[in-house]
Design a protein around this ligand. Structure first.
Ligand code: IMP
Ligand code: MG
Length: 178
């Protein structure tokens, strides 16, 4: 285990099972649709690459980057697009692939922007959800696991850009964050 981690909440195996089930469900729901999986960089990259390999139907992928927390842990409420999608999304059934839904502000803002571009549909798939931290009215269509309202790292999730490479989800030791 990484020396900065206090406790592992979800192991590699547990995450793998959850991702497998999400992939099966999405594959069945999008059978007759034009699925475009959109990953919001960088946190959701690990989840995206695992989830897409559990999708058994035709699909395309794309990426967006928005400004978020930086080294701080609180959402600022302002979101900026740093990298936009490569294509015209009209007619596509978008699935926004997120690592974690916290306040919900980031995705809420993204949904507004993307709806204006006339996709056939937009749904949210988040691996982790902190329902107690929500500040806007937003619910995921697909979700893996609920997590307590504390700061977690690993499987793509960072603290000040570190720990994304850990294959499990853990909580940092108290002296490793503020
Ligand atoms: P929201 O706009 O508050 O929902 O922010 C969601 C984004 O904040 C996620 O995509 C993550 O990048 C980041 N985030 C929220 N909670 C955590 C956490 O516990 N650990 C690491 N990143 C987090
Ligand atoms: Mg993120």
């Amino acid at each position: 285990m990484n020396k900065d981690i206090k406790e592992i909440i979800y192991s590699e195996e547990e995450i793998r099972n959850v991702v497998k089930n999400l992939g099966a469900q999405i594959s069945s729901d999008y059978k007759d649709k034009k699925l475009l999986m959109v990953s919001v960089l960088k946190g959701s990259v690990v989840f995206m690459t695992d989830l897409m390999r559990e999708i058994s139907i035709d699909c395309e992928i794309d990426f967006m980057a928005v400004s978020s927390y930086g080294a701080k842990k609180e959402s600022s409420g302002t979101v900026r697009i740093l990298k936009d999608l490569d294509r015209d999304i009209s007619g596509y059934d978008l699935l926004l692939v997120e690592d974690i839904l916290d306040s919900g502000r980031t995705l809420n803002y993204l949904m507004e922007i993307l709806y204006a571009r006339n996709p056939a549909s937009i749904r949210i798939c988040t691996l982790f959800d902190k329902p107690d931290a929500r500040l806007v009215d937003l619910y995921p269509d697909y979700k893996g696991l609920d997590v307590p309202n504390e700061f977690i790292v690993g499987y793509g999730l960072d603290y000040a850009e570190k720990y994304r490479n850990l294959p499990y989800i853990g909580v940092l030791k108290d002296d490793k964050h503020n």
